[in-house]
Design a protein around this ligand. Structure first.
Ligand SMILES: CC(C)(COP(=O)(O)OP(=O)(O)OC[C@H]1O[C@@H](n2cnc3c(N)ncnc32)[C@H](O)[C@@H]1OP(=O)(O)O)[C@@H](O)C(=O)NCCC(=O)NCCS
Length: 152
């Protein structure tokens, strides 16, 4: 799908679930894995993995299906600690946005902690903008008008 410094971004398959859970330290079967499995099963969702040359899953991104009310897709992303700052997050984001522009989703949305500077910089670089704020959590959104560039 997309290559970034020797990595390939491709759609996740069910066999990736364990590797996705192992991404976090300590391994988790909570939010990330659950969202992945939901997205795999849910019509309208997307689950991507970034895989290195040996086939190891090093990053993961999920967009849940359209929210009933807003029509937006909820995005979650995680890159393995030792693989950060190598362009994987950016490659995953670019692939997700390209995919989303070809769907009926009206926006990509997510919540990020105010102190998560790495994620906030990644999202800002891909055109996500603040739409709400409560305590330590910021709601970001990328509107998806067909054929427009990120940040429009
Ligand atoms: C946020 C995250 C996905 C970034 O992944 P990554 O593969 O390291 O990101 P990239 O290497 O593609 O970096 C892309 C851009 O993001 C920003 N960025 C990434 N890490 C950063 C950091 N530690 N500090 C500042 N900016 C950072 C930069 O703008 C960077 O561009 P640059 O390298 O040209 O400066 C990764 O840090 C992560 O998995 N964090 C833990 C999980 C998490 O916080 N998920 C988001 C929850 S809302």
């Amino acid at each position: 799908m997309t290559a970034a410094s020797g990595f390939v971004v491709r759609r996740a398959v069910e066999g990736d679930a364990d590797a996705i859970a192992q991404l976090t330290s300590p391994p988790t079967n909570s939010l990330t894995e659950t969202l992945a499995l939901v997205a795999l099963a849910a019509e309208g969702g997307l689950a991507l993995v970034a895989v290195d040359a040996t086939g190891r899953v090093a990053g993961h991104l999920v967009v849940s299906g359209p929210r009933a009310v807003s029509g937006g897709g909820e995005l979650a992303i995680y890159v393995a600690d030792e693989r950060r700052r190598q362009g994987l997050g950016a490659a995953l984001m670019s692939a997700a946005i390209e995919w989303a522009r070809g769907t009926e989703l009206t926006a990509l949305v997510l919540d990020v902690e105010r102190t998560n500077h790495a994620a906030r910089a990644l999202y800002a670089g891909h055109g996500l903008r603040e739409v709400a704020r409560r305590k330590n959590v910021i709601r970001l959104q990328l509107p998806l008008s067909r054929g427009s560039a990120a940040g429009d």
